[in-house]
Write a protein that binds this ligand. Sequence first.
Ligand code: T3D
Length: 264
Amino acid sequence: METVLVSLEAAHLPGVLRVTLNRPEKLNAFNPSVHKGLAEAMGRAEAEAEVRCVLITGAGRGFCAGQDLTERDMKSAAPIDLGGGLDTWYNPLVKRMRALPKPIVCAVNGVAAGAGANFALACDIVLAARSASFIQAFVKIGLVPDCGGTYFLPRLAGTQRAMALAMTGERLSAEDAERWGIIWKCVGDAELQNEAEKLAAQLASGPTRSLGLIKRAMYASAGNGLAAQLDLERDLQREIGKGGDYREGVSAFLEKRKPQFKGA
Ligand code: T3D
């Protein structure tokens, strides 16, 4: 069984690469096969011009329960090096997601725990079903948050809330995640896939290069002062202003019609 389903449904959702974590019996926990599937999906998103948006979700009742804990050998007394797995899998994945010059939408369909929660937060726009929840489960097994959690959470929720979530491992409902600004929207369970597809389709028919540069500017702001950020905006505006989608956008406005962006 494929542990990650990847499809570019040209007819149904043009331009959207749908990526579904597919180990429902383990709440889609990460194992090497899932990581390989995600690495392949990222490769397609990076290489294929037809892909103009990525939509990530999970099969079954969970989104992702983080690292598959059955993969770890607790019987041996030898020290366990968890840094290797982060170097090989999680860290490159998060870096590639953030560097991808195309939007990534996440539809969190159920519980997102440990690295599964932070994988969701590494996406650009996160929707969640009302019954979904986010758990920084690491502390419950004596670990520290990884997969970018200590970077994303304080920036999204503030240090106090990030600290408490990480230190208690308390479950955060999708409604509270929305209220705290950790995710974009919480929607009814039955509406999640439709809402996520609608958003992904809108982004996939948008000015892709512009969306990629918006992403770059937003993420650069965490490490920049105002002067550097203003300079970056100028540089990006200079670059994007030379593209066809800007001409098309302004022309469509002046001609009172809907723009037909080509992602150029
Ligand atoms: O090791 C490294 O590489 C370091 C990196 C670490 C990154 C991390 O992500 S550490 C955090 C790992 N994740 C967790 O600690 C979460 C563990 N899971 C849970 O706490 C609960 O399952 C949930 C709160 C997520 C959901 O609870 P519930 O009651 O809805 O479901 P359940 O019954 O616990 O789980 C359903 C099945 O999925 C169950 O299998 P079974 O008994 O029906 O055969 C359960 O064992 C399995 N499952 C859930 N999470 C994991 C898992 N199997 C393996 N690994 C999991 N993480």
